[in-house]
Design a protein around this ligand. Structure first.
Ligand SMILES: *Cc1c(COP(=O)(O)O)cnc(C)c1O
Length: 432
C-alpha cells in the first residue's frame, strides 16, 4: 500500500483523517472520500468532512420535539418506546395447542373489546387499511363518497387515487358543501351504478364552514349497503374514559373528533384508522367492525403484502392493554402530553429557564397535529427566546426542534417529555 502523501491526497489518506471525526463505518468514510475527490474541489478533506456530517445528520436519531405539535408528522407522529427483548416470540404459534397460530388474534380481541366491534385486523398504516377494504369489498364495483369528503389527507393519500388503485370505482355523491341522505339513496338506486359500499371519510386536516350539511353515520346506516367510516384519527372512544381522574374534564377537541366506538355504535359496518395518531401507538392501520367483512379483508391476497411486523403488533398490544387498564395517561406518551397540567408545564418551563440562564416563561398554544382536531389548540407553557435560534437548537448533540414567530423562538413544554428537560437545559445553556 502506498502511504506516501501525494497530490491529490489518496482516498485512503482522507478516509483515515475522517476516522478522527466520525465513528461511521470505514466503508462509508471511504465512499465520502471518493465522492469528495470526484467532486474535484480545492479542499478535498473539507468537502469529505462535510459529506460525512451530512450523512450523519441524515441518520434516524432521537430529537426533542419542542414545537408544541404533539403528533408531528415530520417527527414520526406519536412518540413511543418500542421494547424488544431480542428473543423469538409466539407471533404465529399457538402456545395452547402447539400448532400454528395467527399473528392477528390477540390485537383483534383487544381492539374489538375496546371499540365494541365483532372483529378487527391490523395492517401497515391507515392508507393500507382503506385500500384493503376497498379491494376486498368493492373491487370492480362502485363506492359512494360525498363530494365534500373526496379529500387529500397529505403525504399522497387522495381518496380518488386510492380508490382507483384498489380497483373500486368512485361515485361522487352530493356537492362539496352539502350532501344529504337522499343523494346517497339516489346513487344506490340508479341503474347505472353497482354500489358495493358507502364510504364516509373524515376530512381530518381541514374544516368547511358556513352553508354546509353532511350525512351522519346513523343516517347512512339506514341504507341497504355496508357503511365504511375512515375516521383516520384513531380515537377509540370520544368519552375518553382513560382521561377520567387525570384531567378535570374531557377536552372539547376530543369530544368533537370522530371515534371508533361511537362510529360503530351509530351503525358503521367497518371503521378504519391510524395507529400512530390519537391512538398513540406504532405506525399501523386498523380495520374494525363486522366479522364477515373483516374475514373478507383477511383472506384477500393483498393482506399478505400489507400485514404488519411482529414488533408493530407487540407494541400495539401494549398500547391497547394500557387503554384497557386505564393507564393510558401514564403509559402512552401522547396521552401523557395531553394530560400534563398547566401547573406542571409552567413549573418545568420556570426551572429550565432558571437552570439554563436564558429565555423567559410564556404561555403558548399546543396543537394536536397529524390532521387531528384542526383549528383546536391546547393551552400550554413554554420558553421564549428573542431571535431565531432554530438552527443552533437543531444542531445540538440531541437536536431540539423549536418554532419561531415574529423573530421569537418558542419551545413548548407540552410536547417535550419531562425526562428530557435536562437536554433542553443543556441546549439552551449552549446558546448563551
Ligand atoms: C391520516 C389519515 C389517513 C392516512 O393514514 P396513514 O396511517 O397515514 O396511512 C387516511 N384517512 C384519514 C381520514 C386520515 O386522517
Amino acid at each position: 500500500m502506498n502511504t506516501k502523501a501525494t497530490y491529490p491526497p489518496s482516498i485512503d489518506a482522507i478516509a483515515r483523517e475522517l476516522t478522527a471525526q466520525s465513528s461511521l463505518p470505514h466503508a462509508i468514510l471511504v465512499d465520502c472520500a471518493r465522492r469528495a475527490v470526484a467532486d474535484g474541489s480545492d479542499n478535498t478533506v473539507a468537502t469529505a468532512k462535510e459529506l460525512v456530517r451530512e450523512f450523519e445528520t441524515s441518520l434516524h436519531q432521537d430529537v426533542i420535539n419542542a414545537t408544541g405539535v404533539l403528533l408531528h408528522t415530520n417527527l414520526g407522529r406519536a412518540p413511543l418506546v418500542m421494547n424488544s427483548s431480542g428473543r423469538s416470540t409466539n407471533l404465529e404459534f399457538n402456545l395452547e395447542t402447539g400448532e400454528r397460530g395467527s399473528r392477528q388474534d390477540a390485537t383483534a380481541a383487544l381492539i374489538s373489546h375496546l371499540v365494541g366491534a365483532e372483529d378487527a385486523i391490523v395492517v401497515n398504516n391507515n392508507a393500507a387499511a382503506v385500500m384493503l377494504v376497498l379491494a376486498a369489498l368493492a373491487e370492480g364495483r362502485d363506492v359512494a363518497v360525498s363530494r365534500g369528503e373526496s379529500v387529500e389527507i397529505g403525504g399522497g393519500f387522495r381518496i380518488p387515487d386510492v380508490m382507483e388503485q384498489s380497483g373500486a370505482r368512485l361515485v361522487d355523491v352530493g356537492t362539496t358543501n352539502r350532501t344529504r341522505l337522499r343523494d346517497y339513496a339516489r346513487a344506490i338506486d340508479s341503474r347505472r351504478n353497482d354500489i358495493a359500499l358507502v364510504m364516509k371519510v373524515h376530512p381530518s386536516n381541514f374544516a368547511i364552514e358556513g352553508f354546509t350539511e353532511g350525512t351522519s353515520i346513523a343516517q347512512l346506516a339506514t341504507l341497504e349497503v355496508p357503511v365504511v367510516a375512515d375516521i383516520g384519527s384513531g380515537l377509540l372512544d370520544n368519552t375518553a374514559p382513560w382521561l377520567h381522574g387525570f384531567t378535570e374534564q374531557v377536552p372539547s377537541w376530543i369530544t368533537g373528533e370522530p371515534a371508533a366506538r361511537q362510529a360503530l355504535a351509530d351503525g358503521a359496518d367497518l371503521v378504519t384508522f391510524s395507529g400512530d395518531k390519537l391512538l398513540g401507538g406504532p405506525q399501523c392501520g386498523i380495520i374494525a367492525g363486522r366479522a364477515d367483512l373483516i374475514d373478507a379483508c383477511a383472506s384477500h391476497p393483498l393482506m399478505r403484502a400489507l400485514r404488519p411486523g411482529g414488533h408493530t403488533l407487540t407494541s400495539l398490544q401494549s398500547v391497547l392493554l394500557s387503554y384497557s387498564a386505564r393507564t393510558a395517561c401514564t403509559d402512552i406518551p401522547f396521552w401523557q402530553m395531553v394530560s400534563m397540567s398547566s401547573v406542571d408545564l409552567e413549573a418545568r418551563a420556570t426551572s429550565i429557564v432558571s437552570e439554563a440562564g436564558i429565555g423567559s416563561v410564556v404561555s403558548v398554544d399546543s396543537l394536536v397535529g397529524a390532521g387531528s382536531a384542526p383549528g383546536s389548540t391546547i393551552a400550554s407553557f413554554g420558553i421564549a427566546l428573542n431571535g431565531d435560534y432554530r438552527d443552533a437548537l437543531r444542531h445540538h448533540s440531541i437536536p431540539v426542534i423549536a418554532r419561531t414567530f415574529d423573530k421569537v423562538t418558542y419551545l413548548d413544554m407540552r410536547s417535550v417529555s419531562p425526562a428530557d428537560d435536562h437536554i433542553v437545559v443543556a441546549a439552551l445553556a449552549s446558546l448563551r
